[in-house]
Design a protein around this ligand. Sequence first.
Ligand SMILES: Cc1ncc(C[n+]2csc(CCOP(=O)(O)OP(=O)(O)O)c2C)c(N)n1
Ligand code: SF4
Ligand SMILES: [Mg+2]
Length: 309
Amino acid sequence: MSATAPAATLDSATAASAGEAKLTKKILTADHPTWCPGCGDFAVLASFYKVLEKLQYPHEKIVCVAGIGCSSRFPYFVNSHGIHFIHGRALPLATGISLSRPDLHVFVFGGDGDGFSIGGNHLNHAARKNIRLTYVVMDNFVYGLTKNQTSPTSPVGRKSKTDPQGSFDRPINPMKQLLATGATFVARTHATQVAHMNQMFERAIRHDGFSVVECLSECTMFYPGAFDDAVPRKGGVFDTIDETQHDTSSDIAAWQLADLPAPGKYGVFYETKRPTKNAMELNYIAETQARLGGASQKDLLRKRFEAMR
Ligand SMILES: Cc1ncc(C[n+]2csc(CCOP(=O)(O)OP(=O)(O)O)c2C)c(N)n1
Ligand code: SF4
Ligand SMILES: [Mg+2]
């Protein structure tokens, strides 16, 4: 499609139109997931199907991108456009897709290692640029695929193959990193709390900008029980954010919530409107084309390359 087409909006205007097949879980289901029994990622996948069923976006407009890890196998299990890409590089690839194809709904899935370790710097830049896409991090506090190494979110003292004596390093606080770097929708949920997870995904997907949901998702193989402190049936407390008390437009209030000790709070920490790079680039291209008497994009590129010689 032409890059001068208006940016797609995340509302009913882009929902599947009458006559198109209804988007169902059956249609969205691809391969049988290869995760271990009980892995939290199954629930995340089920929630994603559920929310897409509700939103009814056109099937051919859905794109799932991931890096490497157990969680990053996600695109195999969704019947949509999908790319299983290089470790930590899902966000830059998805950025290119989102910027060049404003008609698509772009989703990125991955783990704490993929997103906060090798891909940590890409996360900063996707956030500050406010790229229009939704990023779901299945945070299990461990490298699952490579069989139990310390991850950037592993708590101090946790023993793993790389820290047999227990980890020394202070973990990353994903909420604080996202707030500091400019993400415009920042939320936290838990894979066992299905209704809450569905709500967070839906709100993130409807957000016009870079939306991130950190979803605590247990690795039953290498870190069982990691998030039991927030599971009521295991004696924990699932403490959700009360938005009548918390101002989601305040990054300072969000930072204070992010400072709470584990298990902390769950819900939308921060939500704000800021122009996306997608919208700003589209405007710039359209204005330049108009100024140059309707020059094609190819001509614009040629002129730019000539100027750079
Ligand atoms: C460049 C590169 N370095 C290291 C690896 C090995 N590797 C694959 S997945 C992974 C970590 C995965 O952890 P995470 O992102 O937390 O996903 P999980 O398996 O826990 O869902 C590592 C280190 C790789 N595939 N490529
Ligand atoms: S190793 Fe852990 S994260 Fe990977 S599939 Fe198994 S339970 Fe899930
Ligand atoms: Mg992990």
